[in-house]
Write a new protein. Structure first.
Length: 229
């Protein structure tokens, strides 16, 4: 389990391996639900219910197992699989987001200091700096009076691909979690929790973890369009 498992398994092992477990979360009839299944046929859920609710759940799952209209191969048809890159993708970048941990907490919990001036996250913009289809991936984090540029560098080569964020120029910046948190260089934090760069084809890059769309699809499913006379 995990996005980095495949890179630690040799090609010989992968050639003889089979997928054994699948699990996920989603919504059913408007309610949050989870489901898991093993290759041997065991099915489970993380729900915590009474015994009669468990019986109802078993009947629901049994009905799905007997439903011949459900195509098992369609379950993973749209699954996104991260890839570790040693070079940036040759696709036009169009946007960048803060790292996920920043979005999961109130904005006041994160303070970025640029050239000695403190800013809350809400007071800063994060954006791509002069994006191109094949040039360096540079980010700009800017407030009213200060700004800093960071460049995403790919290191390690194809054998051990890795990444780091390096500041461009002499401007310094730190980030701390809460007013009493210890300041960390912004480039180090970005290397630990990387901003997410989005590309024109819908793929995204988090550090050197690239997530391409498995099947580029048109905006609308033609099979669901009803033609009127």
């Amino acid at each position: 389990m995990g996005s980095d498992v495949e890179t630690q398994i040799s090609q010989i092992v992968r050639g003889n391996a089979q997928k054994s477990v699948i699990a996920g979360v989603g919504f059913e009839n408007g309610a949050l639900t989870s489901i898991g299944a093993s290759r041997k046929g065991r099915i489970w859920s993380h729900q915590r219910d009474k015994l009669n609710d468990f019986v109802t759940w078993c009947r629901l799952i049994g009905g799905k197992l007997l439903d011949q209209t459900i195509d098992p191969d369609s379950v993973l048809s749209g699954t996104l699989i991260p890839q570790r890159l040693s070079l940036r993708p040759q696709i036009m970048p169009i946007a960048v987001d803060w790292p996920e941990p920043i979005y999961t907490e109130p904005e006041k919990n994160w303070i970025i200091s640029i050239s000695g001036r403190d800013y809350l996250i809400a007071e800063l913009d994060i954006r791509l700096s002069a994006p191109t289809i094949d040039g360096p991936l540079d980010l700009e984090i800017a407030g009213e009076e200060s700004r800093i540029d960071l460049e995403l560098e790919f290191v390690g080569g194809s054998e051990n691909p890795d990444f780091r964020f390096q500041p461009k120029g002499a401007t310094t910046a730190t980030i701390r979690h809460g007013s009493r948190g210890n300041p960390t260089p912004l480039s180090d934090y970005s290397t630990q929790d990387a901003p997410v760069i989005w590309f024109a084809d819908g793929s995204s890059l988090e550090g050197n973890q690239w997530v391409p769309l498995r099947e580029p699809k048109p905006p609308f499913d033609k099979a669901k369009i009803v033609a009127w006379d």
